[in-house]
Design a protein around this ligand. Structure first.
Ligand code: NAP
Length: 281
C-alpha cells in the first residue's frame, strides 16, 4: 500500500483562500484597515532575499500588506534593536518577521527577543517558546507549527506515539519536540552528539528530519509504517531524509518540495492574520 502524501502545498493553498476571506472581513469591520506584516532583511544574502520576497507575495495573496524593511550588511545590534522597537511601537504593524540568519556581528538572539510577544508571529522569542512549551497561548515557531497543522489536518495520531526529532535548533528541532510533547507523544531529540542514531530512528512512529544535510537519514533506518516529516530542502529537490525508498514503506510522508516548506510561510501569514484580528477585530 502506498503512503499518504502530506501535501503542504495543497493545504497552504486551501488555507490561503480562507485567510483571504478573513482579511476581507477584518477590513470591513475595521473601517478599511489592512493587516501589515513587517519583514526585516539585513544584508544581501540572496536566499534570505528570496524567502522575504516569497513572504511578501504570500501577504498580498491574502489581501495583507507587507512592510519591507531592508538594512545594510554592516548593521549593528543596536541599530537593529532600534528598528524593532520602532515596529513594536507602530500600531499599524501586526506582525514582525526578522529573516534568519542575520550577519555575524549581530546578536541574533537579542534581536529576536526584542520582538513584542503579540507581534512575534514567526514564533522566535524565548518568551513565546517558553509559553508554548508550558501550554500557554503564544504563536508557535512557523516551521514546526506548520508541521503540526499538517499532521492535524491529515488526522495523524500523535498521542502515545514515539516521535523522534533529528535536530535541536531553536527555530525547528527544539520547538518541534515541545509541540509533539504537548500532544502527548513520547519524544526523543537527536543531535550531532547522539551516538546511536539509526537505532533511535528505527523506534520512531513519527520521524522528523531537521538536520540540514541532504538525505542524511537513510531509508533503511526507518520502521515500516512510520510517519515521515522531512523539513530539509537542498538543491536537486532532496530533503534531509532519503525519501524515494520510503514511498511504499512509510504510512505517510511529506514530499520535498511541496510538504513542509509551503506550510512554514502559510503559518507565518496565518498567525499574522490572527494578530491583526486581535488588534483590529
Ligand atoms: P541547523 O540550525 O543547522 O540545525 C541542524 C541540527 O541538526 C542541529 O541541531 C545539529 O545538532 C543536528 N545535526 C547536525 N549533524 C547531525 C548528525 N550528524 N546527527 C544528528 N544530528 C545532527 O538547521 P535548522 O535551521 O534547524 O534546519 C534544519 C533543516 O530544515 C535544513 O535542511 C533547513 O534547510 C530546513 N529548514 C526548512 C524550513 C522550511 O521552511 N522548510 C525552515 C527552516 C529550516 P547540534 O545541535 O548538535 O549541532
Amino acid at each position: 500500500m502506498s503512503a499518504l502524501i502530506l501535501d503542504g502545498k495543497a493545504l497552504a493553498a486551501q488555507t490561503e483562500a480562507e485567510l483571504l476571506e478573513r482579511v476581507e472581513r477584518l477590513k470591513v469591520a475595521s473601517g478599511g484597515k489592512t493587516p501589515i506584516l513587517a519583514t526585516i532583511l539585513v544584508g544581501d544574502d540572496p536566499a534570505s532575499a528570496t524567502y522575504v520576497k516569497m513572504k511578501g507575495n504570500a501577504c498580498r495573496r491574502v489581501g495583507m500588506e507587507s512592510l519591507a524593511v531592508e538594512m545594510p550588511a554592516s548593521t549593528t545590534t543596536a541599530e537593529l534593536l532600534a528598528r524593532i522597537a520602532e515596529l513594536n511601537g507602530n500600531p499599524d504593524v501586526h506582525g514582525i518577521l526578522l529573516q534568519h540568519p542575520v550577519p555575524a556581528q549581530i546578536d541574533e538572539r537579542a534581536c529576536f527577543d526584542a520582538i513584542a510577544l503579540e507581534k512575534d508571529v514567526d514564533g522566535v522569542t524565548c518568551l513565546g517558546f517558553g509559553r508554548m512549551a508550558m501550554g500557554e497561548p503564544a504563536y508557535g515557531c512557523a516551521t514546526p507549527q506548520g508541521i503540526m497543522r499538517m499532521l492535524d489536518h491529515y488526522g495523524i495520531e500523535i498521542e502515545g506515539k514515539h516521535a523522534v526529532v533529528v535536530g535541536r535548533s531553536p527555530i525547528l528541532g527544539k520547538p518541534m519536540a515541545m509541540m509533539l510533547l504537548q500532544k502527548n507523544a513520547t519524544v526523543t531529540i537527536c543531535h550531532s552528539r547522539t551516538q546511536n542514531l539509526p537505532e533511535l530512528i528505527a523506534q520512531a512512529d513519527i520521524l522528523v528530519g531537521a538536520v540540514g544535510r541532504p538525505e542524511f537519514i537513510k531509508a533503511d533506518w526507518v520502521k515500516p509504517g512510520a510517519v515521515i516529516v522531512d523539513a530539509g530542502y537542498h538543491p536537486g529537490g532532496v530533503g534531509d531524509i532519503e525519501l524515494a525508498p520510503l514511498v511504499d514503506k512509510a504510512s505517510a510522508y511529506t514530499p520535498v518540495p511541496g510538504g513542509v516548506g509551503p506550510m512554514t510561510i502559510n503559518t507565518l501569514i496565518m498567525q499574522s492574520v490572527e494578530s491583526a484580528e486581535k488588534s483590529l477585530g
